[in-house]
Design a protein around this ligand. Structure first.
Ligand code: SAM
Ligand code: SF4
Length: 477
């Protein structure tokens, strides 16, 4: 126990404990503001997936309550990196940027540098930071982001590096402040962690076992968001299809989706990610019968070779994946499919790669995220023999990318000349007087419009397809 915990006035229950520390850290921040004669700024840099993006909104919510003003600049008074470790290049990027932060901190010794997220769950990373980057002030992991105010308070009191990494989540803390990036759309975590242990993937080790939030908490959060002007939500989980299995009163993701669909002010529902092995007929029906569910499904393939899929521990075959795609398209013909593919998994031969290309040609994805396999310490695949030669991987990667892009340019234009509902999201960066919006199937549309329309759903004639986006004109709002 540290000094802070010995003080009897501190609430032991969450979220009251964190609200207490928001107040206490806020007092210290106000003192520092008095000394500097200005507000203190905080910059959060997010690496990685939508889960991290949502975590960063929660972290910013806490920092703003403490008294910081958000900044985009890395010479802020507090810089927080919310890290990713899915592939090694994400780690390397963080180490590179830490060198830059060290220089900034030399110019401003009061600057605070904090690191959190998946990378910090790896003991060798924390050891390296302690040894090579001693100027870092605060390190915490994925399971205790809700504690930011408490940890910050501790750091400001103790004036030396604070490290707090948990091996597993003890609790899901509800109802802490959140600062959303967009006023009209929001991610909503429905579950945390993953139990699938795909053999290449580090996520189960750094995000822990699968835990579902209670449906009443999820629905209450979405109602609050709706009352605050949100019209589109993205339900987030590493594998949303296994939602609810570990609840006291188990329920399926399909049941949750239908309940979310009944919240009147919510006009669009997206979700991410669906593991093909768990995508049920019940879910296909729920998607079909809930018009607010967007006509877009991200269905990670990873490889088209049944042999490699088995080595990856994905628990479906090429044929099962293709049959699933057929069933989805029969039920919802207009659906857009996107995917993730890994090239160069250990032991992947030219024949295995040809199977992947075959699936890409058969499914004709709207788009695909293509990744070069990255060896992650501690995963079963890292110990596998026959790691593929880099030259072969690069060649396959280039061929896959070409195929994906060619198909994408062909299929993405299929709605040209039709009128579609578009959520106006932002001012178009490239053309004055234009807005940028998103179709139900996630494609981008640029069309003439005024700022007051941002956040509303308007009807747009998709006059011209430009391959990966459309140029259109509004019919009416
Ligand atoms: N839970 C999601 C799923 O199963 O699809 C995705 C999680 S992961 C953050 C996103 C993508 O990163 C995966 O779908 C996979 O394609 C890719 N990925 C994960 N581990 C990888 C590795 N070691 N090397 C290359 N790509 C990897
Ligand atoms: Fe990683 Fe597989 Fe879990 Fe996705 S389902 S997070 S790829 S282990």
């Amino acid at each position: 126990m540290n000094q802070i915990d010995n003080n009897n006035n501190i609430p032991t229950q969450e979220p009251q404990r964190q609200l207490y520390f928001i107040e206490k850290a806020g007092e210290l921040v106000r003192q520092m503001e008095g000394q500097k004669g200005r507000r203190l700024t905080a910059c959060i840099q997010t690496f990685g997936c939508q889960m991290n993006a949502r975590d960063s909104e929660k972290l910013l919510g806490i920092l703003e309550q403490v008294g910081f003003v958000e900044s985009e600049r890395e010479d802020a008074d507090l810089v927080l990196y919310n890290t990713c470790t899915v592939r090694d290049n994400a780690n390397q990027k963080v180490y590179g940027r830490l060198g830059y932060l060290n220089n900034l901190k030399k110019k401003n010794p009061d600057m605070l540098v904090a690191l959190c997220g998946c990378m910090m769950q790896e003991p060798e990373v924390v050891a390296k930071i302690k040894k090579s980057y001693p100027f870092v002030d605060l390190i915490f992991g994925t399971h205790n982001i809700f504690k930011l105010a408490e940890l910050l308070y501790e750091r400001l009191q103790r004036k030396k590096m604070v490290i707090d990494i948990w091996d597993a989540a003890e609790t899901i803390v509800e109802e802490l402040p959140v600062e959303r990036k967009y006023p009209f759309k929001s991610g909503v975590n429905i579950m945390f962690g993953c139990n699938n242990f795909c053999s290449y993937c580090i996520v189960p080790y750094v995000r822990g076992r699968e835990r579902s939030r209670r449906p009443e908490d999820i629905l209450a959060e979405i109602r609050r968001l709706a009352a605050d002007g949100v019209v589109e939500i993205m339900l987030l989980g590493q594998n949303v299809n296994s939602y609810g299995k570990n609840l006291e009163q188990p329920m399926t993701f399909a049941q949750l989706l239908r309940q979310v669909g009944e919240i009147e002010e919510i006009k669009r529902i997206r979700f991410m990610t669906s593991h093909p092995k768990d995508l049920s007929e019940e879910l296909i029906q729920a998607m079909k019968e809930t018009p607010k569910v967007c006509r877009h499904l991200h269905l990670p393939l990873q490889s088209g070779s049944t042999r490699i899929l088995q080595e990856m521990n994905r628990r479906y075959t090429k044929e099962q994946y293709l049959a699933l795609v057929d069933r989805i398209r029969q039920a919802i013909p207009e659906i857009s499919l996107t995917t993730d593919i890994i090239v160069g998994f250990p032991g992947e031969t030219e024949e295995d790669f040809a199977e992947t290309m075959d699936v890409v040609r058969q499914v004709r994805y709207d788009s695909a995220f293509t990744f070069i396999y990255s060896k992650r310490t501690g995963t079963p695949a890292a110990a596998m023999e026959h790691q593929v030669l880099q030259s072969a991987v690069k060649d396959r990667f280039a061929r896959l990318l070409r195929e994906v892009q060619t198909i994408s340019a062909e299929v993405c234009g299929r709605d040209a000349g039709t009128v579609q509902k578009v959520l106006a999201e932002s001012v178009d960066d490239h053309q004055e007087g234009f807005l940028t919006g998103r179709l139900d199937n996630n494609l981008i549309v640029h069309f003439p419009g005024t700022v007051d329309l941002i956040g509303s759903i308007v009807e747009v004639n998709l006059a011209e397809s430009k391959g990966f986006y459309y140029m259109g004109s509004m019919i009416r709002s």
